[in-house]
Design a protein around this ligand. Structure first.
Ligand SMILES: [Zn+2]
Length: 526
């Protein structure tokens, strides 16, 4: 190895970054300095979390749309609204809405959620919609929202790992709910358990250790929930006193997903996990123990109040088509659900124009969302607007609709971790029609050819969690939804939202609503 390759950035922990007054004193207790060392087995240290984008976006733009959209459906205009919506999340971070600001978002039950709803209502008002209303929601008394206020996961340095092996903070670590550490801090040796299947675990003693399991999501983390949660539970049953889920996704992102996976349990981002795996490999050669120190302060929130925003474009008929997008999201949430909400607002502007006025009444709902337990925007909307269940002929839920697709890159980061790069289209969109109406399915089938939307090739009757809240409407319910791997992570930023993609889906949905508006009720609900 050439000598310069061993010159690496090493983070030195400031001594002041200790627990003060029961809370982790600083979110960024480390500083960077360049040293020449054989520390940490000579491995490249992981980068600060979200230091570089999870997905590289090159200079080549995504495929353009066909010209001819009305201004309200123009991608660049919709993108500006996504930016505004992301701004409410950024504000939540800057104002330290949650604890010390390590966790942020547009959170139902917090000012960030309400502010986003108020913005949507303001847009509805400006577009000339009628009956613009703010409807409040009280959190179900039996439910609570667990949130981490401050935390830190540190790999404990040891000269046995090489001279100068100082503590390393895994900045992408994020506790999984409802993790808790009674005295706020815990130090224990780590044990690597791979995929933590029973066949592996029969050979490994995890007692008194923090088990480190590898999670390689095939799509988004949703698909891994069952396996991760049950395996983590099994690890705790076998005596593990904590679990780390190494989430092998692009970049070094914080991810808010999984639950009840052992106490305490943390998700660790891609490059931190990559580093940790290599450390554990090297340590195993010398039969060395690697220890981690966890500090964690949490809070359980009850009695929260949130808001739905509702507005109407009255038609000649009282029969209604309901359009819904949830406003809540973790971190920046540009794709979950900044893009969906911006498209909802664009459609309100579109159908409010005299030349696009529908026959049926259109009801627009900026829903408080479904991320906060005990708060469900759609359910509250059905309860607060009993006439909806009577009048609705169809519901469309617009959720995660314009993130760019990405692929593993040909390049790797300086630490050898594979990079990811955006391509020229959007991530696949699944469209579910709960009643499998052939009329609606045919309209959806025509989407890719007519509007260039990247719908998956299979018809489906699936519904998303947000759509599930609309169970009170016994009509066709359409969920339009991407399942991009970075959702619920800090990697879901404005940069990965496709501007033409916003226009494609907005134009398709305008077409779908107009076609359904003209169709008799029996064709929509055969
Ligand atoms: Zn969502």
């Amino acid at each position: 190895m050439v000598r310069w390759a061993r010159i690496r950035r090493v983070r030195l922990i400031l001594l002041s970054a200790v627990l003060v007054g029961g809370a982790v004193a600083s979110a960024q207790p480390s500083r960077q300095t360049t040293v020449d060392s054989a520390a940490w087995f000579g491995l490249a240290l992981p980068p600060p979390a979200a230091d570089t984008a999870a997905v590289k976006v090159g200079a080549r733009p995504p495929r353009p749309t066909e010209p001819g959209s009305a201004t309200e459906l123009n991608g660049a205009n919709i993108k500006r609204d996504v930016e505004t919506i992301v701004g409410f999340a950024r504000e939540s971070r800057a104002s330290k809405e949650i604890g010390n600001g390590q966790m942020w978002g547009r959170v139902a039950g917090f000012p960030s959620g309400d502010r986003t709803v108020d913005w949507a209502l303001d847009q509805f008002r400006k577009a000339g919609l009628a009956d613009v209303r703010r409807q409040s929601i009280e959190q179900d008394q039996k439910s609570s929202l667990w949130l981490p206020l401050s935390w830190r996961v540190t790999l404990v340095g040891d000269p046995a790992f090489g001279a100068g092996s100082h503590d390393v903070i895994l900045e992408s670590a994020l506790p999984v709910g409802p993790s808790n550490i009674p005295r706020g801090t815990l130090t224990a040796p780590l044990v690597y358990v791979g995929t933590a299947s029973p066949a592996v675990l029969q050979h490994i003693d995890v007692k008194g250790k923090i088990a480190v399991q590898l999670v390689v999501p095939q799509g988004h983390m949703l698909f891994e929930r069952g396996a991760v949660d049950s395996r983590a539970e099994d690890l705790v049953k076998r005596g593990a006193i904590g679990v780390f889920n190494l989430i092998r996704l692009p970049g070094n992102e914080l991810s808010r997903d999984f639950s009840d996976c052992g106490n305490p349990c943390f998700n660790i981002g891609g490059r931190d996990g990559w580093f940790l795996e290599q450390v554990l490999d090297r340590a195993s050669r010398g039969a060395l123990d690697v220890k981690a120190r966890i500090e964690l302060q949490t809070q359980v929130f009850r009695g929260l109040k949130a808001t739905n925003g509702v507005a109407v474009i009255p038609g000649k008929s009282t029969e209604a088509i309901v359009l819904n997008a949830h406003v809540d999201g973790w971190f920046d949430g540009a794709g979950d659900n900044g893009d969906g909400l911006a498209v909802l607002v664009a459609l309100a502007r579109h159908f409010a124009k005299p030349e696009n006025r529908p026959q049926r009444t259109l009801v627009f709902v900026a829903s408080a969302g479904h991320h906060t337990p005990g708060i469900n925007g759609p359910r509250a909307s059905v309860a607060a607007n009993p006439e909806l269940a009577k009048n609705a002929v169809m519901l469309i839920n617009i959720e995660h609709v314009a993130q760019r697709n990405f692929s593993p890159a040909r390049t790797t980061s300086s630490d050898g971790y594979r990079e990811a790069v955006a391509d020229s289209g959007e991530a696949p969109i699944a469209v579910g029609v709960t009643n499998n109406s052939p009329f609606l399915q045919e309209l959806i089938d025509s989407g890719p050819a007519r509007f260039g939307v990247n719908f998956i090739s299979e018809r489906s009757t699936f519904q998303s969690g947000e759509t599930g809240g609309w169970a009170g409407l016994s009509v066709a319910k359409i969920s339009v939804m991407q399942a991009p791997p970075l959702y619920h992570t800090t990697g879901e930023v404005l940069d990965v939202i496709s501007t033409p993609g916003l226009e494609r889906i907005a134009r398709f949905l305008a077409f779908l609503v107009a076609a359904a508006d003209k169709a008799p009720r029996e064709r929509i609900n055969p």
